[in-house]
Design a binder for this molecule. Structure first.
Ligand code: 15L
Length: 278
């Protein structure tokens, strides 16, 4: 028997791939859901849920949608690397609207951060959750901002947040990198359940990857406090995917993979601690 949250949960980005996964899984558990996205919702809406089409840049609507909610699961916004001007509205202003709504409702934020907030760390490293941000583009930068706005609202206003640094949440891993970074949909759903239901979380960070033997990149996060243990694993795909590499040295060197190569213009890689460069 799984618990149900006492108050409704606002889910942004409901029409995206991960949003639809959560609507199915949390809807099946009978959770009261307030769904929103800029795109129409393509699936049947579960009983106990309601969908409103809205833009994250519309702060008044975000405040209204969050009314009475106990948690905001924030998946909305640009979800891939895009030019700065496309990212700033949904991902920067949008985050401000979400945190203002959370402050007003005393609601918790579960934020879909990303490995791209730390994408320029090298794959040979093993990072604790309090590692330095090394975003690999404007999208990753917006995710680092999202984690930092959460930290500010925690220290200033006591708004709780769980920041999920999601690796590669996709149906099945498709390349060698994902043998480390893959997060299965069921592991993701169980993680979000724990993020909402755990009585106290403060300001927490979780590395979002399944139980992959090659997941040596990330360690020491808040999963024990949340009671989340990933169950699935990319390991059965190792035979078919170990050789699925791009041949691009920048992509293969860094955790962020292909995002690191987009418009990369250095001739030599930076050292891990860039400030010691000449
Ligand atoms: C992400 O943050 C993206 O939303 C997703 O499309 C993938 O690119 C993923 O990261 C990844 O790094 O595999």
């Amino acid at each position: 028997m799984t618990d149900t949250p006492a108050k409704p949960v606002l889910l942004t980005g409901a029409s995206g791939a991960l949003g639809r996964v959560l609507v199915r899984s949390l809807g099946a558990l009978g959770w009261p859901l307030v769904l929103t996205d800029i795109a129409p919702f393509p699936d049947p809406i579960p009983p106990g849920a309601a969908f409103t089409r809205a833009d994250l840049s519309d702060g008044v609507t975000m405040l209204r949608l969050a009314e009475g909610c106990g948690a905001i699961v924030h998946l909305g916004g640009v979800s891939v690397e895009r030019p700065f001007e496309e990212v700033i509205g949904p991902n920067i202003r949008g985050l401000y609207h979400i945190y203002e709504a959370a402050r007003r409702e005393r609601a918790r934020v579960v934020f879909a951060s990303s490995n791209h907030a730390v994408g320029f760390h090298e794959r040979c490293e093993s990072l604790p959750a309090d590692t330095q941000f090394l975003p690999d583009g404007y999208y990753g930068l917006s995710k680092a901002y999202g984690e930092l706005i959460g930290r500010m609202y925690w220290f200033k206003h006591g708004v709780e947040s769980v920041n999920l640094r999601i690796g590669s949440a996709i149906g099945e891993p498709v390349n060698a990198r994902m043998l480390a970074s893959w997060l299965s949909y069921p592991d993701f759903s169980r993680l979000v359940e724990r993020c909402v239901l755990t009585p106290k979380v403060g300001h927490a960070v979780i590395w979002g990857a399944s139980n992959n033997a090659r997941m040596t990149w990330w360690r020491d996060d808040a999963r024990a406090a949340l009671g989340w243990t990933p169950i699935d694993s990319a390991d059965p795909f190792a035979g078919q995917l170990a050789g699925a590499v791009s041949g691009d040295p920048v992509e293969e060197r860094y955790m962020g993979g292909a995002y690191c190569s987009i418009e990369y213009s250095r001739t030599q890689p930076a050292s891990i601690w860039g400030h010691s460069d000449v």
